[in-house]
Design a protein around this ligand. Sequence first.
Ligand SMILES: Cc1cc2nc3c(=O)[nH]c(=O)nc-3n(C[C@H](O)[C@H](O)[C@H](O)COP(=O)(O)OP(=O)(O)OC[C@H]3O[C@@H](n4cnc5c(N)ncnc54)[C@H](O)[C@@H]3O)c2cc1C
Length: 545
Amino acid sequence: MPAELAPGPVCPRHLVGFDLRRRPHLEADVLVLGGGVAGMCAALAAAESGAEVLVLLKGGSDECNTAWAQGGVAAVLKDDEREGGDDVEHHVRDTLVAGAGLCDETVVRDILIGGADAIGFLRQHGCRFDLDAGRIMLSREGGHSARRILHSGGDATGAEVVRSLHAAAAAHPRITLVENAFAIDLITADGQAPGGRVNGVLYHRREELFAALAGATVLATGGCGRVWRETTNPPGATGDGLAMAYRAGAVLGDLEFMQFHPTTLYIAGGARHLITEAIRGEGAVLKNHAGERFMAKYHPDAELAPRDVVTRGIISEIRASGFPHVWLDATHLGDAFLRSRFPAIHQACDRFGIDIATQWMPVHPSAHYHCGGVVTDANGATSLASLWAAGEVGCTGLHGANRLASNSILEGLVLGVRAGRAAAQAGGQPGRVRTAAAKADPAPEGLDVPDLVRSLRHQMWRQVGIERNAKELTLAARTFSFWLGHQARGEFRERAGWELQNQLLVASLVAQAARRRAGSVGTHTRTDAQPGLAAVRYCVNKESP
Ligand SMILES: Cc1cc2nc3c(=O)[nH]c(=O)nc-3n(C[C@H](O)[C@H](O)[C@H](O)COP(=O)(O)OP(=O)(O)OC[C@H]3O[C@@H](n4cnc5c(N)ncnc54)[C@H](O)[C@@H]3O)c2cc1C
């Protein structure tokens, strides 16, 4: 896939001033930022290759997107484990169709071929998948031509992945895990100038700044869904890793492609709880305000069409009816089946007085998965020396313009393991690092950070949401740059302020990327679309390599 590089928004190289000679620091062969599926696989793979590994997490072990994943992991298992008819080439074809012409086919095949071994890695580290008569139970989701989704605890797959990987890491003598450690900025060899070799990270814990130095760093900080008002993502998904990588000079790409999940629970005052696609895979159907099924009008696969198609179908029905949501009807699946196969959804709806065995669920699309990120090869290597990226923060070319359901945990697994191994091979003790950065003025006094975050998220939903146009995108990008340079300028002293600065930077990058792509493709819908597909990956960084 050819790439076009452009300059991005202007921002300072570091969020805070520091002098490494005066900072307490930890050292390791391999530093991993993030404790979701990608980070924990990287940590285990690096430690098992002989490296001393340090893992930093900004919260606790279950504060990550992985822990919230419901549907499962897409993979074509080895011959003796899979059900009839499926093979990796079918999975490749489905992924390319969902990606709408912008996937990198070589990368797609390479990663998907790695799926069966990656599932083996997960099972060796204690992850238990649901079984049926001793064989792994497989379900189907939108865009998949076969049953190939592995799941755990019905719809609690992510929690089991996190439980097993964290237990394995805790038992490993070469892994040190530090929770509540907020990574602020990557440390590069030449300090101020972006684009240098990465030597570790500056982080904040218990009111103090520290450095973590390593011969190799793996960025696995997850996605940025919280930048939008309506989202399935937990509060920590603020795009810190993307922002850090951008400030350090790494190349980022495909930033315009935020996937909007078609079906999240839409109840005023309630969280946007995801209603997994697997429930449509089992037969649940979408109905409009008049109680009619409508998806067959938009795609021959109806409810099992790719996510971008279902999302646009729902938005059309909402616009036509003026009613704020559509309905998901699972009542014909029966109480016993729904309780055992989808216990989390059953409970979440029950809390709002909806019995899904007898009542329809109100659903609406929400920002869900960021297809773009730090550009890497199929082993997670980035454009910066000694920096790897894996999981949702990365951009390999697997997803193109739209991720196929349940391909993301798979990618986190495969890339996490590969990046961990490569980092262990390249890593080693960091040597003497003397980087320093000048302090800036303090952030404006009395700034209402939560209020600015709210405004940002509203504006992203309105102007950089499911449907976009050049005028609104230009306005949004200008507003975010202005807020970044004025209201949110200077040095903050706590996590909320740095997350605000990261979110503003990410929002500004996404708005600019969306402005640049003039045609509609995959998750990116332009109401003022120019015809034709620009089969190019738009990349960004202020310092083009
Ligand atoms: C509700 C929901 C359901 C989903 N269902 C599925 C599914 O069924 N199948 C599927 O394939 N995908 C699913 N996804 C997507 C998938 O869960 C994620 O894409 C994937 O888990 C991301 O893994 P990750 O390791 O890259 O990031 P995460 O799991 O999000 O982990 C990120 C880690 O980085 C840490 N971190 C972030 N910023 C910092 C910082 N500044 N300093 C230190 N640490 C930091 C966090 O603490 C966290 O530990 C779902 C997502 C959601 C939200």
